[in-house]
Design a protein around this ligand. Structure first.
Ligand SMILES: Cc1cc2nc3c(=O)[nH]c(=O)nc-3n(C[C@H](O)[C@H](O)[C@H](O)COP(=O)(O)OP(=O)(O)OC[C@H]3O[C@@H](n4cnc5c(N)ncnc54)[C@H](O)[C@@H]3O)c2cc1C
Length: 470
């Protein structure tokens, strides 16, 4: 065996991919350095099979991590693919903002949540700090701790892998098409879980989706700044609206106010803000609008830092940009039209459902537009099921909900919870050889209880602390 092949094998083994790529499946993905002569469409077939798996999770944000860990915990052969080079989704793009609703009311919410927390805390105080219901973390530790969790659970994974289409057979999603450095390839699966946040997989498969371009929540490019002159105790520094008004004439793209918050046990600060709110409602599922949102945001954050230096309080006069997110953070885009659509009323009243598979807590937050109280409310299994397509479940911020329903409880702890439930459901449907929609919710609930999920928390009022966005 050549040196080259040994190191490649070791590398794949480190990713949990050793077994998968060592056998015939590798041979079925042409090992050629030059692009094949014919492209995917011309070849007219799907013979460039890269992977075949039981559960395929698309998207490695909070929902995807919950889904992969949930499915693997049930013994399903689980594969997760992610567009970026790391897992964590918006939780990492936002450079340190708190991962909320991980232990609401200071109570653990599931074995999966605790696995995520445990892996992060294993890196010590530099990695994370618990505040109320959420964790403030240094995202570079978070990224590797998620790899640790996936590998511990036996999930196989690929990064730098974008799903660009689906393979639908007899109204069932049978696989997806991914973009790779060697061109397009396919991954076939018994059940696919769409955790893309934007319902990409569902949309490609022809599922009905929901979207409100006229009122979509703003996107935000996170900034990390250093050289804040603080006394070592202050957690938040505010660039208030009075100072912003003075700065606006010179820096017209800046938002109306913003806050700098300390990254866990670090000397730098991250900035969360209303981002594109000043530009109107931008629907990022339109590629031209996505480009506009991203590029204007990049100009905006430079203006924000310059404005803070010139017009901000004394402690911000010397700040420096030390980084920005890999892309704008997306609060809301496209969602599935499922068998049940969660609404504002469900959140305000604290609705409970017989087919509850998760609950959502926290605040109704439409991106600095409205932050009002809600009750802990159930998520029915039906909200994870696209109306007409089989072989597919959805979790995270793309579940079936209205504009405000979606904003209610989109905190990351809640997205992990719907992901966890989708993972369990996918695994059960494989075991029972049925479609996800044919599963009895009671069976999913039974397994979730074994995973330490308390499904009786929906319908309850929350303590003051729960609303705090930290
Ligand atoms: C600016 C902002 C501030 C927020 N503040 C907070 C906060 O303080 N605390 C909190 O808990 N929550 C906060 N949220 C909400 C929370 O971050 C999101 O609701 C949550 O991350 C959604 O999780 P998700 O897994 O559904 O989607 P995402 O986090 O969006 O993850 C989706 C993942 O799928 C990948 N992906 C997308 N399309 C594809 C594709 N076609 N192929 C492969 N991979 C794909 C993406 O790269 C990404 O990793 C905030 C959100 C934003 C945008």
């Amino acid at each position: 065996m050549s040196k080259k092949s040994i190191s490649r094998k070791k590398f794949l083994a480190g990713m949990g991919l050793g077994t998968l790529f060592s056998g015939s499946l590798l041979a079925s993905f042409p090992n050629q350095d030059r692009k094949p002569v014919s492209n995917f469409e011309k070849s007219g077939n799907f013979n460039r099979l890269l992977i075949k798996t039981g559960v395929l999770v698309v998207g490695g944000g909070p929902a995807g991590i919950g889904a992969a860990l949930g499915a693997a915990r049930c013994g399903a052969e689980t594969f997760i693919v992610e567009n970026y080079g790391f897992f964590g989704g918006v939780g990492t793009w936002m450079l340190g903002m708190s991962i909320n609703q991980m232990r609401p009311e200071s109570k653990p919410r599931s074995a999966v949540h605790e696995q995520v927390i445990g892996k992060l805390e294993a890196y010590g105080p530099s990695a994370a700090k618990f505040v109320k219901h959420g964790i403030l973390c240094n995202v570079d530790y978070y990224k590797v701790s998620l790899l640790d969790a996936l590998e511990e659970a036996g999930c196989k994974y690929l990064v730098h892998t974008k799903v660009v289409d689906t393979i639908v057979e007899n109204n069932r999603v049978a696989g997806v098409v991914i973009a790779t450095k060697r061109g397009l390839a396919t991954i076939m699966a018994d059940v696919v879980i769409d955790c893309t946040g934007d319902a990409d997989v569902s949309y490609f498969a022809g599922a009905d989706t929901l979207k409100d371009p006229e009122q979509v929540s703003p996107q935000t490019l996170a900034i990390r700044v250093s050289q804040v002159q603080d006394d070592g105790i202050t957690y938040k520094h505010r660039m208030d609206s009075e100072r912003v008004q003075k700065a606006k004439a010179k820096y017209p793209l800046i938002p109306n106010s913003w806050t700098l918050a300390r990254i866990a046990n670090d000397h730098s600060f991250y900035v969360n803000h209303a981002g594109t709110k000043v530009f109107g409602h931008l629907d990022i599922t339109d590629q031209f609008v996505f480009t506009e949102a991203e590029c204007k945001s990049r100009r905006q954050v430079v203006e924000m830092v310059e404005a803070a230096k010139e017009f901000g309080p004394p402690e911000l006069r010397n700040i420096e940009i030390s980084g920005t997110g890999p892309q704008i953070g997306i609060r809301e885009s496209r969602r599935i039209k499922g068998l049940y659509i969660l609404t504002e009323e469900d959140a305000v009243q604290g609705s409970t459902f017989d087919d509850a598979i998760a609950w959502r807590s926290g605040a109704m937050d439409i991106g600095f537009t409205r932050l009002s109280e809600m009750k802990t409310h159930d998520v029915p299994y039906r909200a994870l099921l696209p109306e007409h397509i089989d072989g597919l479940l959805v979790a995270g911020r793309a579940i079936s909900a209205t504009h405000i329903g979606a904003s209610s409880g989109k905190s990351m702890g809640n997205c992990i919870a719907t992901g966890h439930a989708a993972g369990v459901a996918a695994s059960l449907s494989i075991q029972q050889k049925c479609q996800p929609r044919e599963l009895k919710a009671g069976k999913i609930q039974e397994v979730l209880r074994k995973h330490e999920v308390d499904l009786t928390r929906g319908g309850k009022s929350q303590s003051e602390d729960a609303f705090d966005n930290i």
